[in-house]
Design a protein around this ligand. Sequence first.
Ligand code: PAF
Length: 287
Amino acid sequence: MNTVKTVRELRAAVARARGEGKRIGFVPTMGNLHSGHAALVTKAAQRADFVVASIFVNPLQFGANEDLASYPRTLVADQARLLEAGCNLLFAPTVEEMYPEGTAAQTRVSVAQLSEGLCGASRPGHFEGVATVVNKLFNMVQPDLAVFGEKDYQQLAVIRAMVRDLNMPIQIFGEPTVRAEDGLALSSRNGYLSPEQRVIAPVVYRTLTQVAEGLRRGRRDYRALLDEGRAQLEAAGLRTDYLEVRHALSLRPAQLDDRDLVVLVAAFLGNTRLIDNLYVHLEQPSA
Ligand code: PAF
């Protein structure tokens, strides 16, 4: 597996693979890779002949008081993990390579509606930063397909909408969330948790599971169900940012006759913001 740092080298390597008739798969990441990322690369390798991954901690998607400076950068360990998972080429650009005119001058991509609410409400500008960098990476790599984790459910919805609305000839695949044995969704930010917090953190998944179970058992009093979930998170010492039931595709608030639902949560444990979600398909219309 080669690592390249410039767009020129990236384009030359991808052109060589394409010249050999290879189908190009792409997995964008911010590094500090875990088994969840490895699963994305494995999925890309099953569907493409040449897999490109990127590692870039994108300043455009971090708010002023967020963890851009402290976000873990672990390139050497990441390279080993990518190689093992079947990656052929790593693109690891500098900020200057990605934003040669500076971030303030950067043209932005904004995905309407889906970027609003949920994480978009508590992290203003976040999805514009994500859509912009993913758009740039897509233009640099020009993949046939790209794989994203379902853990970042709203992000995946935003990217699917961008690809659809801007007629990008790229197939987007979502890969199920990889969890620790106790249910905690794997995330680079789990590394911020103290040992004591790590013991508490699975309450996030337990809460999602309970809300999902309530829905499956026929409960439609969304507000009361979510209040119970929030109370459980807060009793464990978390601060709920949001806990919501939404329509799984449009992400609008769930209505009584929706059958495809997603329960989404963001909650702070100390300074660490944990997000997770569970998709719920109801056999019968809810109402
Ligand atoms: O999910 C991530 O790691 C990032 O948001 C992404 C898609 C690589 C864009 O920076």
